[in-house]
Design a protein around this ligand. Structure first.
Ligand SMILES: Cc1cc2nc3c(=O)[nH]c(=O)nc-3n(C[C@H](O)[C@H](O)[C@H](O)COP(=O)(O)OP(=O)(O)OC[C@H]3O[C@@H](n4cnc5c(N)ncnc54)[C@H](O)[C@@H]3O)c2cc1C
Length: 515
């Protein structure tokens, strides 16, 4: 056995791969991270898309990063700083009747909606807290008598029970249903309802009337609901993580795409890179999505048929696109002052608008009138654009990965539709555009190696959560193949820049007596 046979290889230097590598290295393991791209960061990177203009390429808002990870890895010491936190969400109205949402407070709506918002927010926060408490636990296995699994299930039951009878009933009533019904029950203002519904469907293949959308809203709120812009864009988070991982002793090799995971006598023995180099390892931990890892890099022939079939059935139809605009000045939104333009701006003016935007995706079409979550990060961070100019970063839906007409034919028309949609709220914006970039889920799949270009590496829903994520049989980060582990967003607790999957996986590996 050579020294390197004891090494742990982490595939992918996205934020979860980096977190996992940092914790493994701190536990004394020899760790090598292999990243296909030229820079670490995965879907949380900042990059130049036009000369002098930089944007967060996929993820653009930080709201789920685990506080414990931030402290334990001393990310602030490694350079992480916020350009702005506590962003207000502004539901835009084409006529300027915007709605401002800051936690439980909402402005621009009638008193009854303000009161209803207090109760709604309090309740959603309490329910989201239950989900948040699961983030840093390894999901229990079902059907075992292992003390830890039973204790973990008991803790979950107790968390729900301590809500009290009325709230427990409400939690169980709404957790699996749709946000449309819940918001219709509670509010009047259409812009408020539209904006709140967007939080339940961003990054998913769900509309407000789809079941599971309440669960997605709770997942989004489970980090506390504070939206922040890291100084230097999202890439600053992964730059700090890479620095922490290196300090702990991990080696990070960029420009090193893994072609396949090697198996010897039914257990993992290392990886082969695209250029033919073989790297032996005792364990391989993959932050690539579960299907890319298990079907692509490992190969279904190494898996039992039922398990391989379940992996093939993971729902991962990406439908969030990114649009980046380099602007020759500050865009003017009707009825919004300059400070307002620096907040989190939502195009989702009613529940019906959002549902209609989703309808197209069911039939393989992109939205004719899309929804968007927009930020102008350069208003808070002058490292992102030349003086007096700005960048706009928008998540836009729905833009299904498998567009019926194909993205090659549709991309110009979709970008035009998005800009027309934005111009309904900021009439002069088209004339201010120096450069526009559209990343469809197909682009995201290719550039970031995420199957389907899916935000969460697999749909976030109750049937793909906790011990069912990504599939039963791999819900505790270990796969059925000895020595192969998962640590990315496709594992519990899912996507978003939070780091919990990476840390949970590292803990499971360190604490495991499995090979
Ligand atoms: C359009 C869009 C907008 C989003 N907006 C937000 C947001 O505002 N806030 C938020 O919190 N989240 C957002 N997300 C979600 C978030 O970006 C992801 O959930 C998160 O980045 C996943 O992190 P990860 O480390 O698990 O995986 P990734 O970031 O996907 O990293 C995996 C890494 O593995 C590498 N890799 C894959 N295959 C190989 C291979 N064979 N060899 C070597 N390397 C390989 C990839 O290159 C990549 O670097 C967004 C996602 C999308 C798509």
């Amino acid at each position: 056995m050579t020294d390197h046979d004891a090494r742990i290889i982490v595939i992918g230097a996205g934020h979860n791969g980096l977190v996992c590598a940092a914790y493994l290295a701190r536990a004394g393991h020899e760790v090598t991270v292999l990243e296909a791209a030229a820079e670490p960061g995965g879907a949380a990177v900042t990059r130049e898309f036009a000369p002098g203009f930089r944007v967060p390429a996929c993820a653009h808002l930080l709201y789920l990063l685990d506080d414990g990870i931030r402290k334990e890895l001393a990310l602030d010491k490694h350079g992480l700083r916020m350009a702005r936190s506590g962003l207000v969400s502004i539901g835009l109205d084409p006529d300027g009747g915007h709605v401002r949402i800051a936690g439980a407070s909402v402005g621009g709506v009638a008193d009854a909606d303000q009161e209803a918002m207090q109760a709604h927010h309090r309740r959603m926060r309490r329910f989201a807290h239950i989900i948040g408490r699961l983030h840093n636990r390894q999901p229990p296995r079902l059907g075992t008598t292992d003390r830890r699994d039973l204790a973990s299930l008991a803790r979950l039951a107790l968390d729900i029970r301590t809500l009290g009878r009325t709230e427990m009933r409400e939690f169980l009533r709404i957790a699996g249903i749709n946000i449309y019904d819940v918001l219709q029950e509670r509010f009047e203002n259409p812009v408020l309802k539209g904006a709140l519904s967007l939080d339940a469907v961003l990054g998913t293949f769900l509309g407000p009337r789809s079941n599971n959308s309440v669960f997605c809203a709770l997942h989004r709120l489970s980090g506390g609901g504070d939206y922040a812009l890291p100084a230097g864009g999202m890439g600053a988070v992964t730059a700090a993580l890479a620095s922490a991982a290196r300090e702990a002793g991990a080696e990070i090799r960029t420009g090193s795409p893994v072609a396949r995971i090697l198996v010897d006598h039914d257990r993992v023995s290392g990886v082969e890179l695209d250029d033919g180099e073989w790297l032996p390892a005792a364990k391989v931990v993959s932050s690539a999505d579960p299907r890319a890892t298990l079907h692509g890099l490992l190969g279904a022939r190494h898996l039992e048929a039922g398990f391989a079939h379940r992996v093939g059935n993971i729902r991962m139809r990406g439908c969030a696109a990114k649009v980046h605009l380099a602007l020759d000045g500050m865009p003017e939104f009707t009825g919004l002052d300059a400070a307002g333009a620096g907040e989190r701006l939502l195009i989702a003016p009613s529940l019906e608008y959002v549902e209609r935007a989703f309808n197209h995706a069911k039939y393989g079409e992109h939205s004719a009138a899309p929804v968007a979550e927009m930020t102008l990060p350069s208003l808070h961070d002058d490292s992102l654009a030349p003086a007096g100019q700005h960048v706009l970063s928008a998540v836009v839906q729905w833009a299904p990965r498998n567009l019926k007409q194909g993205w090659a034919d549709a991309r110009a028309a979709f970008l035009d539709t998005v800009i027309d949609t934005m111009a309904r709220y900021a009439p002069g914006i088209r004339e201010q555009i120096l450069h526009a970039e559209l990343l469809t889920p197909e682009d995201i799949e290719r550039q970031f190696r995420i199957t389907g270009g899916h935000w969460h590496h697999g749909e976030l829903s109750l049937d793909q959560f906790l011990m069912m994520r990504p599939v039963p049989g791999a819900g505790q980060y270990a796969t059925p193949v000895p020595g192969l582990w998962l640590c990315g967003a496709g594992s519990h607790p899912g996507g978003g820049v939070m780091g919990s999957a990476g840390r949970n996986a590292a803990r499971a590996i360190v604490g495991s007596n499995r090979e």
